[in-house]
Design a protein around this ligand. Sequence first.
Ligand code: MF3
Ligand code: CO
Length: 274
Amino acid sequence: MIHYKSKTEIELMRQSSLLVSETLALVASHIKPGVTTLALDSIAEQFILDHGATASFKGYHGYPFTCCISVNDAVVHGFPGKQELKDGDIVSVDVGVFKNGFHGDSAYTFAVGEVSEELQQLLRVTKESLYKGIEKAIHGNRVGDISWAIQEHTEKKYGYGVVRDLVGHGLGRQLHEEPQVPNYGKRGTGAKLKEGMVIAIEPMINLGTRDVYQDKDGWTIRTADGKPAAHFEHDVAIEKGKPDILSSFAPIEAAEKANANLCSSYYGLENPVL
Ligand code: MF3
Ligand code: CO
């Protein structure tokens, strides 16, 4: 059953989604070689609690952390731990918060230090595909229109692997509601999008094969070929005429840029990119 939200409820959801965005921005400001993913998790958890919210993932089906932190070949649901980030890694950070009865859920994949051109492209194209999917997230369209747009941009255009085993989802009082939102599919198929629906769209895109497996920790999803994967997620309210993106990458991108400038001045570059 699909749960439709009133305008007032959507404003509450926007607060939850934006708190996730601010949390991700704070995490972004701490991403650098040498930091452990567990340290990032603690920073996120404290920030969420300080803002009168709780972490949606902690305890969800027994998940033991605030964030899912997935490095390189880990696609999603990675455990934070003692592992240190290193130059050239890519790291997906996925955060959920519960506030005023509603969940927010968003993810962003960061480059650590200097990453290869190949991985920079994977990050750019995966983020672009999220926005191409979002463009289709309007009243009267179908879920398959979103799925198709993401698959076209990533698989058809760039030959990347689109993960089939995990999908986006409805969002609200529950972290996972109907409908499912796959990142592959046919235009004009699937559930009809209607005003008042809120969905989390989250392309999981692999540099190589689309096949994945579950790590023996029981959670972490990894690529079958060991190549890296990217993951970006936004919460979107369905309206007539245009999508309403409840989360925002603006604070995250600002933190990312500030961080890059710090690093380039640290490395003694003359003209840090602005
Ligand atoms: N964004 C992820 C999802 O929607 C987060 C869930 S992780 C879990 O699947 F730990 F909560 F399961
Ligand atoms: Co999600």
